[in-house]
Write a protein of this length. Structure first.
Length: 462
């Protein structure tokens, strides 16, 4: 009897591996890791299949079916020849067009961001909606939660959406006072969740705070003292965020409504949770475009936008990324920009908080350096801001890291800014990083090259 069971489980394992292999081969893009997954499913199906089901998928169809796409509430307007190519492309993808009449205030340090956030919480009149990847109940996080609790107690509609992995130490019991005061709390894809409610590997990395459906604070910072706080902190990460007023706010609202409805199973009606601003914002002269990416968007919109922007660069391409692990197509596009005479600069932390990412980035940094690009390694504390600057024409600021998890797996959002006047503020933040950096690439010992080669093979699986 035992040999029958052994035979059954052996056949079952290989059948499961075969079915997963068929699903794997149906992925139309970014197939660099397929060979390794197929080999694993052939040799050790009982190990490879569970790992693939947990970590191997990219666009998870069940999330799209359950969550639905983001309803922006407007039809994409027809693009003209005068529009930027990225704007035209995103409209063809069904995303909202760029909009003028916005006011963007750049905050390039954690103190300004914290003070701005607390001011918006204190001055809100009707509603506060916050979603974040990381919430820590340290001095900063507790102060924010206390302020939200007080506003909920005063009768405002206050909603807090946190990622269940990024904020794993924060349990419902820790936010009991917030809920008792009338606050609404939701966790995005809990680690243990019902079937078809998403993959644990797919995280909500978006950082959005919306006040009275009129103002938005977004960027790269989470809610914890290593990101923001009322006083200087020696090892606080350098980050960049912004306060947005104007028509583009409505697109952040659409993203929050979609994320909240999926996580909490509570629909937020657009008439009550639509944009409450006006087309005329005092000082509103900035042109911006909101670009979400993730399983709730049919295409890899951020990847496509960044790749298009790189190929369109003529004079300047500056990339600041705490984690820089692009795919081969992005890396080659950056190298080709160098060949066109573009001023290519990649700014990374000298040592980040992710040793594996530091090792994985080395071959890409060296490839860009050998092509003639300049690599700056920031020697101060870690930095967490994510920006891409293209000429004096385009600037991306938001939550997206320059790695495959952000580009192809997680829920992300970036704000695309148009025009030299607005980009000057972002450029100054980049120059601050460059001034505190050493220009060099990793050493090339044999052991180091072997480690990098192994990690580069495994990167498509991560």
């Amino acid at each position: 009897m035992s040999w029958i069971l052994t035979h059954f489980w052996l056949i079952f394992g290989y059948l499961l591996g075969f079915l997963c292999s068929l699903a794997l081969l149906r992925q139309p893009r970014h197939r660099q890791g397929i060979g390794l997954w197929l080999l694993g499913m052939l040799l050790v199906p009982y190990l490879a299949v569970p790992l693939y089901l947990a970590f191997g998928g990219r666009k998870y169809r069940k999330i799209i079916q359950e969550k639905g796409g983001i309803e922006f509430g407007e039809a994409a307007s027809e693009a003209s020849d005068e529009d930027d190519p990225i704007d035209r492309m995103l409209r063809n993808f069904g995303l909202p067009s760029s909009s003028g009449g916005n006011s963007v205030t750049i905050w390039d340090n954690g103190i300004d961001t914290y003070n701005g956030l607390m001011d918006q919480i204190r001055n809100a009149r009707r509603s506060i909606s916050i979603e974040t990847y990381v919430l820590h109940l340290d001095a900063t996080g507790q102060a924010v939660v206390d302020a939200l609790t007080e506003r909920a107690r005063e009768g405002l509609d206050v909603r807090l959406l946190i990622d269940a992995v990024g904020s794993m130490p924060v349990k419902k019991k820790h936010l009991e006072e917030f809920v008792k005061a009338g606050g609404h709390l939701a966790y995005f894809i809990p680690v243990l969740h019902l079937p078809f409610r998403g993959k644990t590997n797919t995280r909500n990395h978006r950082k959005i705070a919306i006040f009275d459906c009129e103002h938005v604070i977004a960027g790269g910072s989470n809610i914890a003292e290593e990101y923001i706080g009322p006083t200087p902190l020696e090892d606080r990460w350098k980050d960049i965020n912004f306060l947005l007023k104007g028509p583009s706010v409505q697109h952040y609202l659409a993203i929050f409504r979609s994320d909240w409805s999926f996580a909490s199973r509570e629909a937020l009606p657009e008439d009550a949770w639509g944009w409450k601003g006006t087309a005329e914002i005092p000082g509103g002269k900035d042109v911006t475009q909101v670009i979400p990416s993730g399983p709730d968007i049919p295409r890899d919109t951020l990847y496509d936008s960044i790749l298009t922007a790189i190929y369109g660069a003529r004079k300047r391409l500056w990339i600041a990324a705490p984690y820089f692990v692009p795919d081969d197509a992005l890396c080659e596009a950056i190298c080709l920009a160098v060949s066109r005479g573009v001023d290519v600069r990649v700014i990374v932390p000298d040592v980040s908080n992710q040793p594996l990412a530091d090792l994985a980035r080395s071959t890409y940094l060296r490839q860009i350096h050998e092509a003639g690009g300049r690599i700056f390694r920031y020697r101060g504390c870690n930095f967490h801001g994510k920006t891409v600057l293209v000429d004096d024409r385009l600037g991306f600021v938001g939550s997206m890291n320059m790695d495959r998890r952000s580009l192809f797996i997680n829920f992300e959002v970036m704000l695309l800014m148009y025009g030299p006047e607005l980009l000057e503020h972002v450029a100054r933040w980049n120059e601050t990083l460059i001034d505190g950096s050493d220009e060099h690439v990793p050493t090339r010992s044999r052991i180091r090259l072997l480690q990098e080669g192994i990690v580069r093979i495994l990167v498509p699986l991560l």
